[in-house]
Design a protein around this ligand. Structure first.
Ligand code: FPP
Length: 241
């Protein structure tokens, strides 16, 4: 059986793929399991897709792992998710290094509980010299939080005469976002059937191709990822021109 991987044009890959990993809870409850089990299974998909992205030479993979809104879920689920996220990051650091993957994080990391921020920063430091795939985790992230913070910082610079209003343009705004130095996504994938953006990378996806699939995140495998890239390559991008 021919694979979507073989059909992908390797000379025309998206530089940056962002993913809204949705459907862990539904995947689990549909099978009679606890929602938390769905998150655990979701980690396997994270591993697979990171490996797939590195394998074909994608530059940046951004995963929406925890949104600002997720803080309002039941405390037991928040605690379990945080523990899972941080444990996974710690345990996977050697594998990231072995595969030349650099870990990055975007979001309001000051809200991470206990020493989670420290552990995350340790992994970021330990992988910072890697030159292959950049794996960007959106943690305690929301686009409106990011844009509001950028706006406040720009206003502060103007107030202290470090910046003129006339200096404000697309590029300057991009440089005040947490995704500074990361190219805008070419492709955004959302799993589990919902067709919305849910406060993710609103500024950055101005010209991004959107791809929605009914597959729940814990069932999303390499072949699904390669299919999304294959469908992306069939589209004609005009950037409004
Ligand atoms: C959405 O499913 C998923 C999340 C809120 C968390 C994603 C987290 C992981 C896959 C765990 C580990 C990640 C890393 C990067 C190590 P949902 O709970 O919203 O599902 P539902 O919409 O079916 O309820």
């Amino acid at each position: 059986m021919s694979s979507f991987k073989d059909k992908i044009d390797k000379s025309n890959l998206p530089k940056h793929i962002a993913i809204i990993m949705d459907g862990n809870g539904r995947w689990a409850t549909e099978r009679g399991y606890d929602r938390i089990f769905g998150h655990h299974e979701g980690v396997t998909s994270v591993r697979e897709i990171t490996e797939a992205a590195a394998e074909i030479g994608i530059g940046y993979l951004t995963l929406y792992a925890f949104s600002t809104e997720n803080w309002s879920r039941p405390q037991t689920e928040v605690d379990a998710l945080m523990e899972l996220l941080i444990d996974t990051i710690e345990n996977e650091t050697p594998t990231l290094n072995k595969n030349n993957v650099r870990l990055m994080a975007i979001g309001d990391l000051s809200r991470l509980p206990g020493n989670a921020g420290q552990k995350l920063n340790r992994c970021i430091d330990q992988t910072s010299a890697n030159t292959g795939l950049a794996l960007v985790l959106a943690l305690s992230y929301s686009s409106r939080w990011e844009i509001t913070t950028a706006l406040k910082n720009i206003c502060k610079e103007i107030k202290s005469d470090k910046l003129n209003i006339e200096d404000i343009n697309d590029e300057l705004i991009s440089n005040y976002l947490t995704t500074k130095n990361i190219p805008d996504p070419d492709l955004l994938i959302r799993t589990s059937g919902e067709q919305r953006i849910s406060n993710f990378l609103l500024w950055q996806i101005a010209y991004t191709e959107l791809y929605f699939t009914k597959t729940h995140w814990p069932a999303f495998r390499k072949e699904n990822f390669f299919q999304a890239i294959f469908e992306f390559q069939k589209r004609e991008r005009r950037f409004g021109k």
